[in-house]
Design a protein around this ligand. Structure first.
Ligand code: DC
Length: 227
């Protein structure tokens, strides 16, 4: 555990591709360390939902910029996500959001705005932040950086089980294709693509349990903290 006198670089950056299990492990890592948790993927999903619901033409930069001015994203202590005060926690997991989020999150204006908010939220440290570009771009000085990976088959399997548990009727092949497509867009976009920061520790979780991953990260953070 940390006491609550965090320094600004007391940030645990958790990056990696879709379906690697980042958000489930990040919440638990945060609670074990006494940190708060920031889900940056939820922010891109919330923005995507807004663009869909308000029929914003995302090819039109002015329209996107204007829309961003009207977007207010917040979280509560139970990891619920709010868009302009409406609880959208469930909605941002819907297939229409999933199939558009990579496109929306590749827009420069969207990234500039989200990164700015992320830096403000975690400016005093004491945060576990999960995403794609956290260690490489958003918080390059974060003291603890991890790149959580797993084979695409394993990631599709995990996401499929999650969808089933949530009562969503989607085939394994569709989940697999959706992850493959997001991998491609997320890692080839020009604005801060998904990349392992040079100083991030690669954790291949293909054959690890969730608890193994959590313990590995927490032990690593605590060891480094005391160096
Ligand atoms: O982690 P997630 O599946 O909730 O992320 C949703 C999408 O948001 C994902 O396709 C990539 C994008 N994303 C991003 O571009 N940068 C981040 N820091 C977090 C997510």
């Amino acid at each position: 555990m940390f006491n609550s006198n965090f320094s600004e670089n007391d940030i645990v950056a958790i990056d990696g591709p879709s379906g690697a299990g980042k958000s489930s492990i990040s919440k638990k890592i945060a609670s074990k360390l006494g940190f708060k948790y920031l889900d940056t993927g939820a922010m891109y999903r919330a923005t995507t939902l807004y663009m869909i619901e308000m029929s914003v033409d995302i090819e039109n930069n002015d329209a996107v910029t204007k829309a961003l001015e009207n977007i207010n994203i917040s979280f509560d202590n139970n990891f619920n996500v709010y868009l302009n005060d409406n609880n959208i926690t469930e909605k941002i997991r819907s297939s229409v959001v999933v199939s558009n989020v990579s496109k929306v999150s590749s827009l420069k204006a969207v990234r500039v705005s989200m990164v700015d908010i992320q830096r403000q939220i975690a400016s005093n440290g004491g945060y576990v932040v999960d995403g794609r570009d956290i260690g490489s771009f958003v918080f390059p000085n974060a003291r603890y950086k991890f790149y959580i990976d797993a084979s695409i088959d394993e990631r599709a399997k995990r996401r499929f089980e999650e969808e089933k548990a949530n009562g969503n009727n989607i085939s394994f092949d569709d989940v697999f294709e959706s992850i493959k497509k997001r991998d491609f867009i997320d890692s080839t976009r020009s604005e801060s693509p998904l990349v392992k920061a040079e100083d991030a520790l690669l954790v291949d979780t293909t054959s690890m349990s969730i608890d193994d991953v959590i313990n590995f990260v927490v032990d690593n953070v605590l060891t480094k903290k005391n160096i």
